[in-house]
Design a protein around this ligand. Structure first.
Ligand SMILES: [Zn+2]
Length: 234
């Protein structure tokens, strides 16, 4: 286990335990007028059940949330989904969105894989992103018949990643890169929201498969105010 914490500190020095993140970010937003009653919470995270842990921690503070996210965390709900979401916002209310990409971390400190509860083998996290990474490297999509969001992810990344750069990227690099694109896509989708009433908290989730995930905050903004410096590691 010690190696896991060493990797967190060396690879992601700004990482925060999820419970610290939910506590700190909630208090900061409450000071700015966001409350459980006037705010609709939402996420854009990968479908991986490991990400439910952080969602539940936020649900405790903010109530149940709308889910924008599909595979890898992209807001695949699109404009129709956004329209439904907008209809659910409390009168004169506010919006708080928690989003990002994710990466596994096993006990030996290896990034990109982990042992899930009940399993002795290691599996990839994010599996969807790993598949796209592999497909982009080989220059061909895998042949599953029903790919849905995976096709969307492949086409999105194919447009913005230089094929010559793919071989030089680590999985950690790709996870960071994808975060940037998730953030950009989400902001385009949320342009209909009044920025005065919109809080955005984005970054990279580190899944450990235990009750102690971490988050690497990369953006925390309300009404143009950069709140990221207020989120500090314990
Ligand atoms: Zn995933």
């Amino acid at each position: 286990m010690k190696q896991l914490y060493i990797t967190v500190k060396t690879e992601y020095p700004s990482a925060i335990p999820i419970r610290n993140l939910t506590y700190s970010s909630t208090r900061i937003l409450q000071e700015r007028g966001f409350t459980k009653d006037n705010t609709l919470f939402a996420t854009s995270l990968c479908r991986d059940e490991l990400n439910q842990y952080s969602q539940y921690e936020f649900y405790k503070e903010w109530g149940l949330g709308f889910q924008f996210g599909g595979l890898a965390g992209f807001p695949t709900c699109g404009e129709v989904g956004l329209g439904a979401f907008a209809d659910h916002i409390p009168d004169q209310g506010k919006v708080f969105v928690f989003y990002g990409s994710h990466i596994g971390l096993d006990e030996s400190g290896h990034l990109g894989e982990l042992k899930r509860p009940g399993q002795t083998r290691r599996t990839v996290s994010c599996g969807s992103l790993a598949r796209v990474f592999s497909d982009l490297k080989s220059g061909s999509e895998s042949t599953n018949k029903v790919r849905c969001e995976q096709d969307f992810l492949y086409s999105q990344l194919q447009e913005i990643i230089n094929p010559n750069e793919i071989a030089t990227l680590t999985f950690k690099d790709l996870t960071d890169f994808v975060f940037d694109h998730i953030s950009e896509s989400l902001k385009q989708l949320l342009e209909v929201c009044d920025p005065q009433n919109l809080a955005l908290l984005g970054g990279v989730l580190i899944n450990t498969g235990r009750d102690e995930d971490f988050f690497v905050p990369k953006e925390f903004v309300v009404s143009g105010e950069d709140l990221l410096p207020l989120l500090k590691s314990p």
